[in-house]
Ligand binder design. Structure first.
Ligand code: PLP
Ligand code: COI
Length: 362
């Protein structure tokens, strides 16, 4: 089967400059979408076809669309950065393409050729250049590639047709109000994922299953849920839509990939960036007792969360049904802020791309 090329069918009625600028003055996160989207169809026997850039518009779905019932749906999240030299680039999009296909395999969906994933993102960003916020701030154009079953019917089996779409949203960071440490809730009752389950896939059901725990966290005055392993309810896995890092002086540790947490691209990149900065960076196991004890004896100096949407966000306080504590002095730590700056500098073009991670589009 050949890889289709993307046909351009741009909107005759994009928003005016003034309308777009009004949105971009206060974009929030994931609330506004650009004028276009890229759509690509897949059907059994024919493969990927009908790749096109079209005006952003609602979809018409049959009530018996399989996704609405059985949730065969996956997504990715990456950002387009406007850099100081005027270019626009994404960060490690090949890694998103690869993870997208890992999610597809787990959900019994067809894989998308990585070059088509990249072409879809690049075509949309090229079309929507004016929607990429200015250089220097932390606002970016957030890209959301996703794929879902489109077959109509109530049989429980993989769909025989799918739709892949990329949409784009001018966005401020996920957490409004700058670098503000978050308070986290250790979820000892609900679990996010188990080994053998879908935790390592970026599939809608994982997020649906997280919402009751998020509501519980909120009722305890917390911003985010920290997920623990499903067997012993003691090993730290990840947090909401982010991975976690624990800082012990010059050593940083992130929970190892057990199969039930999402292999974050920011998490992976920070292992390298931290080593470049002279820190020891490792994957390991951290329990809730390790966290509490390390904080009490002062060996655990900082904790932060990382992800595409959230960048790097310090954890300032921890609560659970049995305990609560302030993480160190509750303020953003030095290592956290150093790594945050190194990551943002790389993405914005303020520092050299020594690992070849930036993918220039425009
Ligand atoms: N964990 C979960 C559950 C996520 O949804 C995300 C966001 O994509 C991450 C971690 C961080 O992954 P990345 O750094 O690739 O954005
Ligand atoms: C991301 O960081 O891209 C995420 O997917 C997090 C969240 C908004 C689901």
């Amino acid at each position: 089967m050949t890889t289709p090329t993307i046909e351009l069918k741009p909107s005759a009625h994009p928003l005016s400059d003034a309308e777009r600028e009004a949105i971009m003055a206060n974009p929030g996160f994931g609330r506004h979408f650009t004028d276009h989207m890229v759509t690509i169809k897949w059907t059994e026997g024919r493969g990927w076809h009908d790749a096109e850039l079209v005006p952003y518009a609602p979809l018409s779905l049959d009530p018996a669309n399989m996704t609405l019932h059985y949730a065969q749906t996956i997504f990715e999240g990456l950002k387009a950065y406007r850099r100081a030299d005027g270019t626009i680039a994404t960060f490690r999009p090949e890694a998103n393409a690869e993870r997208f296909n890992a999610s597809a395999r787990r959900m019994a969906m067809p894989e998308l050729p990585p070059e088509l994933f990249l072409a879809a993102c690049d075509t949309l960003v090229t079309q929507e250049q004016a929607w990429v916020p200015g250089a220097g701030g932390e606002e970016t154009l957030y890209l959301r590639p996703f794929m879902f079953a489109t077959e109509v019917g109530l049989g429980v089996r993989p769909s025989n047709e799918y739709l892949f779409i990329v949409i784009a949203s001018p966005s401020a960071p996920f957490f409004a109000g700058g670098v503000k440490p978050v308070t986290v809730w250790l979820s000892e009752e609900y679990v996010r994922a188990v080994k053998g389950g879908t935790g390592a896939a970026k599939t809608g059901g994982n997020y649906a299953a997280s919402l009751a725990a998020a509501a519980e966290a909120k009722s305890h005055g917390c911003d985010q849920v920290v997920w623990l392993d499903a067997f012993e309810h003691r090993w730290i896995e990840e947090m909401g839509g982010m991975n976690l890092y624990f800082v012990y002086g010059n050593k940083i540790v992130t929970p190892e990939l057990t199969g039930s947490l999402l292999p974050g691209i920011t998490r992976d990149s920070l292992l390298t960036i931290a080593r470049d900065l002279g820190y020891e960076a490792v994957e390991g196991r951290i329990s809730t007792e390790d966290w509490k004890r390390g904080n009490e004896d002062g060996t655990l100096t900082e904790v932060f969360a990382c992800g595409t949407a959230a960048v790097i966000t310090p954890v300032g306080a921890v609560k659970s049904a049995r305990a609560d504590w302030t993480q160190a002095d509750g303020q953003p730590g030095e290592v956290t802020m150093k790594l945050r700056k190194a990551l943002l500098d790389l993405q914005s073009g303020a520092s050299a791309d020594t690992h070849g991670w930036m993918h220039q589009i425009v």
